[in-house]
Design a binder for this molecule. Structure first.
Ligand SMILES: Cc1cc2nc3c(=O)[nH]c(=O)nc-3n(C[C@H](O)[C@H](O)[C@H](O)COP(=O)(O)OP(=O)(O)OC[C@H]3O[C@@H](n4cnc5c(N)ncnc54)[C@H](O)[C@@H]3O)c2cc1C
Length: 236
């Protein structure tokens, strides 16, 4: 163990940190890789504080969302942070008043990166908001979905298409909010660009729609994902 690994463990506190922790029980994909240091964080303030301390000490950080798509098959050196920041809410709306009637055109939904994506999608459907309904059944978190450019393949509908803005903690410790086009993330094809930037939160731009139609679209996507998973399991 290097001095800096020991230092970051001391900053976090021995009671909270786990050493040589298997990610099998912390990841949807149940990957049996081991994290040198493992920590769960549920507030953005603490996440920023710990990441900056690790950056200063040059301790490598691996952000873990739901662990549905962990690429690594090797044990992970440094600090694995399981993102449990899970707050979400409506952040604002845009509309116009005509003949004393409020017409809603757009609703912003804010979500921290550790929010379970399925929970968020169910919420938006229940609220009658369109933009994420085809992501029903997509395992993982908001941060993981943005990072991996997750999509509903039959219609090529990306989670990122619904983004209004994303708040990122850069490798240099700076926090920036990006509207529209994001840096480093390539949203054109299957793969994504590796980056050490950390997604803190996002705002999704959604539009009012019929709840029944949204439910039908969500069910359609869930059925496809279930069948697709089965197809893959049958192949392997
Ligand atoms: C049964 C099954 C079905 C699936 N169906 C689909 C599908 O239909 N479409 C699709 O596109 N994918 C699908 N996937 C893949 C996976 O669900 C998505 O890629 C998902 O968005 C990953 O989210 P996660 O939170 O689990 O990410 P993780 O697996 O935890 O992480 C994936 C990557 O994102 C990075 N990351 C996570 N959070 C952050 C953050 N806050 N900041 C910076 N980096 C971060 C990690 O470091 C890692 O490199 C499926 C997977 C499974 C197991």
């Amino acid at each position: 163990m290097t001095d800096n690994i020991q230092k970051i463990a001391e900053i976090i506190g021995e009671k909270r940190i786990k050493r040589n922790e298997s990610l099998a029980t912390h990841s949807i994909a149940k990957v049996a890789v081991t994290a040198e240091l493992y920590l769960e964080i549920d507030t953005i303030d603490e996440l920023v504080k710990i990441v900056r301390a690790a950056q200063e000490l040059k301790v490598p950080i691996y952000m873990l969302g739901g662990g549905a798509r962990i690429a690594s098959t090797k044990d992970i050196n440094g600090l694995v942070i399981k993102n449990n920041c899970h707050r979400f809410d409506k952040a604002g709306m845009k509309g116009s008043i005509r003949q004393n009637q409020m017409g809603m055109q757009e609703v912003l939904v804010y979500a921290e990166a550790g929010v379970n994506l399925n929970q968020l999608v169910r919420y938006t459907i229940a609220e009658g908001l369109s933009g994420l309904e085809y992501q029903l059944g997509l395992p993982g978190t908001v941060g993981g979905a943005i990072y991996t450019n997750a999509k509903y393949i039959p219609k090529y509908l990306m989670v990122n298409k619904a983004l209004q803005s994303v708040r990122i903690l850069h490798e240099n410790g700076e926090i920036q909010t990006y509207n529209g086009q994001l840096p480093h993330f390539v949203y054109t094809d299957e793969e994504w660009e590796e980056t050490k930037d950390i997604i803190l939160s996002a705002a999704f731009k959604l539009v009012p729609a019929d709840k029944e139609v949204l439910r039908e679209h969500g069910e359609e996507a869930m059925t496809w994902r279930r069948e697709e998973t089965q197809r893959r399991e049958d192949k392997s």
